[in-house]
Design a protein around this ligand. Structure first.
Ligand code: NOJ
Length: 579
């Protein structure tokens, strides 16, 4: 069976990767599927694998090269599936292993690669390893797979150090496995375990050979089933300073860049050896499998360190996400990203939105935020004034033309191609993101960008499923549905389709264009205007700060707004064939 598929797969994938000269991940466009909210095939309100399968034709018609699926493993869902109880199976809410295999095979047959999500920093507290660790004595090999420590103070009633969970509160929880009496089971005081995220997400101990071997085996399990790669969750978090020194601070941003050199639990040098081992495994496959890291680090140079030869292939570039909508800021950020990545011969991986941050249409519709450059995902979620949806939409249209014209790879987050805004008025009682509870109800969390996708104008969940979705869609989303936008060639959906089609066809862009910074030359046209050329004869021009801009001579391929008198108005972008 696998044999037959591989013949089909090879021919279908070859069609999207002419000559196989450039590995697809250097310039591929990957669509992020947040599985809970993409498409629900069985009407239980939760998206699932068969739902994704039913929408593969949509992804093909959109024109992407790959899909990345957020975690689909068995999970108590304390953090949207990032609390994994079994890395080699599928959560019944999403389907079965067979359904997963069918999806991978069908995606391949349709010419799409499949990137899965690996969560190596922590497991669920319901993972058999953690259950066994709670049953075992302090100092046991079972406990050594996690970070257990005695507490401080008389009786050990204080946490081992002052580290904070990124979801709020202490990063330590005391073991309560012996009839809730606080007794560690060996007569001594009960230990504490580390959870940098939710208490139901105990951190693994990556100094343990068991942990290293287990994850290599999990990667193999999915690579053998055809997974083309993995997105690595919290890739910067795995290694911890064994001395567990105090941080001496109250709070760090959720998924924010670490605020110091030699941080005891973020971006430590020891993580790189782990990825060298993973790379060796990925390279054993034909074609080689790939990785994309989620790493919130303090500079693009530190990000590039993950992409040195022999390590990871790609890593999300969050600097551009953090850049204000301003031509000079954008140019500075893009240049520094390209330069840092060129030093390690890696492509930049551009991203505007994901399931952790406020949708970019909403961010761009707010008054320009000050100091966002250094923000983590928390800052990217907080309100910075009221949202002007029309302005946000204009800028989002321009932003995607900018992003798709740059050298490198691109990740799209489901729904951005429909121009969805953040849903900021979800009823509090429906908020499912643990951030809401853990912050003491001060931070509404990330549910606003996780609302189910509207596929049709009508229906209990606008075509997402046959019943209501797990989060309600706002009034008005029927007109943003795929069905409504299909019929309107001026829609956001058609802009994305056209841009992706041209990116495939233009010799300057995509797989044919260079993924290196020297594949781009900046033009100094006017303040507030961002413009660059890419060989041969392609120009992208963006107004971000200027009232309008004269278009350079050439043939317009695509523009984010109708053009008047050869000029581009504010907050817009155009692609031209020039020279
Ligand atoms: C990053 C994921 O994108 C986010 O959704 C999750 O909460 C944390 N990692 C913890 O796994």
């Amino acid at each position: 069976m696998r044999q037959v598929w591989s013949a089909v797969v090879t021919s279908a994938l070859a069609a999207t990767d002419p000559g196989q000269a450039v590995p697809w991940w250097r310039s591929g466009v990957t669509y992020q599927v947040y599985i809970r909210s993409f498409a629900d095939s069985d009407g239980d309100g939760m998206g699932d694998i068969d739902g994704i399968r039913s929408r593969l034709p949509y992804l093909v018609s959109l024109g992407v090269d790959a899909l990345w699926i957020n975690p689909w493993y068995p999970s108590p869902q304390a953090d949207g599936g990032y609390d994994v109880a079994d890395y080699r199976d599928i959560d019944p809410a999403f389907g079965t292993l067979d359904a997963a295999q069918r999806l991978i095979d069908d995606a391949h047959a349709a010419g799409l690669r499949v990137v899965l999500d690996i969560v190596p920093n922590h497991t669920s507290d319901e993972h058999p390893w953690f259950v066994a660790a709670l049953d075992a004595a302090p100092g046991s090999p079972e406990r050594d797979r996690y970070v257990f420590r005695p507490g401080r103070g008389p009786g050990g009633e204080l946490p081992p150090n002052d580290w904070r969970s990124v979801f709020g509160g202490s990063a330590w929880r005391r073991v309560r496995d012996r009839g809730d009496n606080g007794d560690g089971g060996d007569g001594g005081p009960a230990q504490w375990y580390l959870h940098l995220f939710h208490p139901k997400q105990p951190d693994l101990n990556w100094a343990s050979p068991d942990v290293r071997a287990e994850f290599l085996d999990v990667l193999r399990f999915w690579f053998d089933r055809g997974a083309d790669g993995f997105r690595i969750d919290v890739a910067h978090g795995l290694a911890k300073d064994p001395a567990l020194p105090d941080l001496g601070i109250d709070h760090e941003g959720v998924l924010g860049p670490p605020d110091r050199e030699n941080h005891p639990h973020w971006d430590r040098p020891e993580v790189h050896e782990i990825y060298r081992e993973w790379r060796r495994l990925a390279d054993e496959y034909d074609p080689p499998r790939m990785f994309v890291a989620e790493a919130w680090v303090s500079s693009v140079d530190r990000l590039a360190a993950y992409l040195r030869p022999g390590q990871l292939h790609t890593a999300f570039d969050f600097d551009a996400v953090r850049s204000p909508w301003d031509a000079a800021d954008l140019r500075r950020t893009i240049t520094s990203s390209l330069t840092a990545h060129q030093r390690v011969s890696a492509p930049v991986t551009w991203v505007l939105s994901n399931h952790d941050i406020t949708r970019h249409l909403t961010r761009y519709g707010r008054p320009t935020p000050v100091g966002l450059q250094s923000a983590g995902s928390e800052e990217l979620r907080r309100g910075h004034g009221p949202t002007d949806v029309a302005l946000g939409t204009r800028r989002a249209r321009a932003a995607i033309l900018l992003e798709l014209a740059l050298p490198g790879a691109v990740y799209l987050y489901q729904g951005e191609e429909l121009g969805l805004a953040e849903v900021e008025d979800l009823p509090e009682e429906l908020l499912a993101d643990p951030v809401w509870e853990r912050s003491g109800h001060t931070d509404r969390g990330r549910d606003g960008c996780r609302v189910p996708i509207p596929w049709s104008r009508r229906g209990p969940s606008l075509g997402f499923g046959s019943g209501p979705g797990w989060l309600p869609q706002p009034a008005g989303w029927g007109e943003l549905s795929v069905q409504a936008q299909e019929a309107d060639h001026t829609s956001m959906l058609w802009l994305y389709r056209e841009a992706l089609r041209i990116r495939r066809e233009q010799p300057a862009l995509g797989t044919s264009g260079s993924a290196e910074p020297d594949g781009l030359t900046w033009l100094d046209l006017a303040p507030g205007v961002l413009a660059f050329t890419r060989p041969p004869g392609f120009t992208c021009i963006v107004t971000a700060g200027a009232e309008s801009a004269a278009l350079p001579p050439g043939r317009v391929l695509l523009s984010s707004v109708p053009l008047t008198d050869g000029r581009l108005r504010a907050d817009a972008a155009a692609w031209l064939v020039t020279g």
